[in-house]
Design a protein around this ligand. Sequence first.
Ligand code: SF4
Ligand code: SF4
Length: 381
Amino acid sequence: MMTLHGTSSRKFSSFIGEITTHGQPFYDRKTYILVTDHMDCHSLGYRGCITSGHKGRFYHPDHIYHVENTENLHDGDIVGLDESGNIEVLWENQSHQNCLFLTERCNCRCKMCPQPPKNSDSSIFLKQAEEILDLLKGKQISDCCLTGGEPTLVGDGFFSLLRRCTSEHPEAFITVLSNGKLFSSRDFTRRLSGISPRKCMFCISLHSEVDIIHDDMVGSVGSCSATQQGIYNIASVGFAVEIRIVISQYNYKYLVQFAEHIYNYFPFCVHCAFMGLEFHGYAADRASELDVVPSEYGAYLRDAVLTLHRRGMRVSVYNIPLCMCPPEIRKFSAKSISSWKNIWINKCNVCMEKEHCCGFFSTSISIHEELVKPFTERIEE
Ligand code: SF4
Ligand code: SF4
């Protein structure tokens, strides 16, 4: 998530609030955080303030001053402030990629995890997610993603937040990013009853149908069968399932066989996404073990994508720049990288397809610049 920095006015407990840049009536300010160039009498009554200017007086609310780039904050954004002077953007009003982060814990240890799990207390994240939903109540949102770590590990908190998302925002598209393992239990899956599956999809990571490949990639024996059982159980209670496959040295040669398996065993899946790696966290530590260049996996990826497409399954390619995709599957490439960590390199400035390309992760330690080939003319759809 995007983070801005400044200096806090004093020691205070972290809090969240909704950004206003134009001000609110005095009686309605207590859930808002005012963004202002300078603190004055118009700054009173808010939950907090953010200013690019100087520190306010002692009677002003808790605030963070000397903040650069406040123009990146917009009305309706939800931010968290802490006494170290950090401003975390937890919800971007204009974005379609907003998440509720539920936990840092996970029951896998994927070699390619960009955000390594921690056995930390999840209650802070759950409280924050509840507070975000409180601030969003009654507003129109287009989508929301529940994520972690492994969000299902928080049990009651997960089901309660999913229920809130689907009932308070029936118009929104709700996704859950999960490894699906806990849903291998029918009893656990039954806890989804009463939650509307109408606009809710589970995005389940499964990297191979071969247990020694998948289990090795996710660092947990038994995961391959648990995740596949989980997919069946989630679908059996009416929820849509997407399968997400991360491409690495471990599985790239077997993508076509895996695509066949998906079609044969999970024809009910509404979408499959083949994903390039984000070289951050564990994936950065193990880059030499995981990394495979697009020119090496391209033909396997092309055949796997077309295998599913020809059989009527919806399929996409995430996180792989257009110039690194084989021509036959460029139309499946999606702009998949969250805007706050999406970059392009200098070579891309002259590319005719930049607006349709996913670009790169700013967080990745490896970009394969030598493979970047700008398009000199528009490619045909
Ligand atoms: S990639 Fe996902 S499933 Fe794997 S360790 Fe990280 S959070 Fe867990
Ligand atoms: S040159 Fe850059 S913008 Fe163009 S397709 Fe390649 S990575 Fe994307």
